[in-house]
Design a binder for this molecule. Structure first.
Ligand SMILES: Cc1cc2nc3c(=O)[nH]c(=O)nc-3n(C[C@H](O)[C@H](O)[C@H](O)COP(=O)(O)OP(=O)(O)OC[C@H]3O[C@@H](n4cnc5c(N)ncnc54)[C@H](O)[C@@H]3O)c2cc1C
Length: 313
């Protein structure tokens, strides 16, 4: 049994495909709220939207979360059963505000299904140590959804849908955008990488990461890390740390090097299909979850692996 009316709200056009894929599985009708232009609206329809509500964004004006009140009104008048908000930083803010307008709460979910007309969600609790299953009772359920929860369906450019331009009732929250600049530094989408090499505090100096980078280059992998490497040592950017407060992988293979395998790291690593771990401590927690474990010193083992791989090229 599916829902009547599923809504998707996203400030990231790249998330439309996956969220529409989920929307089509869960509901008879899929509506998408976009902060973009007519071309993006057409793309959303091709991805599975029946209706697009377009908030055309005048440059340097308001923060999109100021539209939350207008979006909540739309959800109420259109009798939305479910609002799935993409869990970007702004999306999470919006979800909280929309939920408050609808007198409910926003759930950050990692699974969602419909049973007997009710929405059942699963989400991580206790910093990733446990999963909680909840049956939602509110009229409109508000959830935040990240990448990897749903799969995008095939695009169909011939699909028909409606596009409605919304003249938003902008809540006066006292914040105006003065300037928008592209983010400085690297842009990496680790959750899209099929192969990832992750480094942890087993490395004792930044320059030693060259070994891991060499391995990554040889196997065509992206580089990731544990949180202390990004936030403590600052050897790698924050976009590269894996875990409950970082990135969730969807890789075919994750090779962890000198990572202890604490739960906060592993919840982000575990969605990978195959986990290979190298650690010098045979009791390191990472070995409980690894498909292939190698007890050894990375400074001894890695040069040998790299030499073998090079010899095979
Ligand atoms: C609320 C909260 C959220 C958190 N979120 C995250 C998160 O999202 N992601 C995250 O990664 N962490 C997170 N953490 C931190 C997490 O709990 C761990 O502290 C962290 O993952 C440990 O990083 P590490 O494995 O690199 O370092 P360590 O725990 O110090 O482990 C280093 C490992 O390297 C091994 N080693 C040492 N030398 C060598 C060598 N020469 N060769 C081989 N192995 C060697 C050691 O045996 C050890 O197992 C969070 C913590 C909290 C409290």
């Amino acid at each position: 049994m599916t829902l009547n009316n599923v809504w998707i709200i996203t400030d990231n056009q790249n998330a439309v495909g996956e969220l529409c894929g989920g929307g089509r599985q869960l509901g008879a009708q899929v509506s998408v709220v976009l902060f973009g232009d007519q071309n993006q609206a057409k793309e959303a329809i091709a991805s599975g939207a029946d209706k697009v509500f377009l908030f055309e964004q005048p440059e340097n004006s308001v923060m999109i979360e100021a539209y939350s009140k207008s979006i909540a009104e739309l959800l109420r008048t259109e009798k939305a059963d479910l609002a799935m908000v993409y869990s970007s930083i702004r999306g999470k803010l919006m979800a909280g505000r929309i939920a408050a307008q609808l007198a409910t709460s926003a759930l950050a979910i990692s699974e969602l299904k419909v049973e007997d007309g009710r929405i059942i969600t699963r989400r991580m609790v206790y910093g990733g140590a446990a999963m909680r299953t909840e049956k939602t009772l509110s009229e409109t359920v508000v959830v935040t959804v990240g990448t990897g929860v749903f799969e995008a369906g095939p695009k169909d450019e011939t699909r028909q849908g409606t596009v409605t331009a919304v003249n938003p009732n902008v809540a006066s929250d006292g914040i105006r955008v003065l300037e928008t600049r592209p983010k400085q530094g690297e842009v990496v989408n680790l959750s899209a990488a099929k192969r990832v090499v992750g480094v942890g505090r087993g490395f004792s100096a930044k320059e030693d990461l060259k070994m891991a980078e060499e391995l990554a280059a040889l196997i065509g992998a992206e580089m990731g890390c544990s949180r202390p490497i990004a936030e403590g040592e600052k050897w790698m950017s924050k976009e590269r740390y894996i875990g409950v407060s970082g990135v969730f992988l969807k890789a075919d293979i994750y090779v962890s090097l000198g990572v202890s395998g604490q739960i906060q790291h592993m919840v982000g690593a575990n969605p990978s299909k195959t986990l290979v771990a190298i650690n010098k401590d045979k009791n390191a927690p990472v070995f409980k979850q690894a498909d292939i474990g190698l007890v050894g010193d990375i400074y001894h083992v890695l040069p040998q692996i790299i030499a073998k791989l090079k010899a095979q090229k």
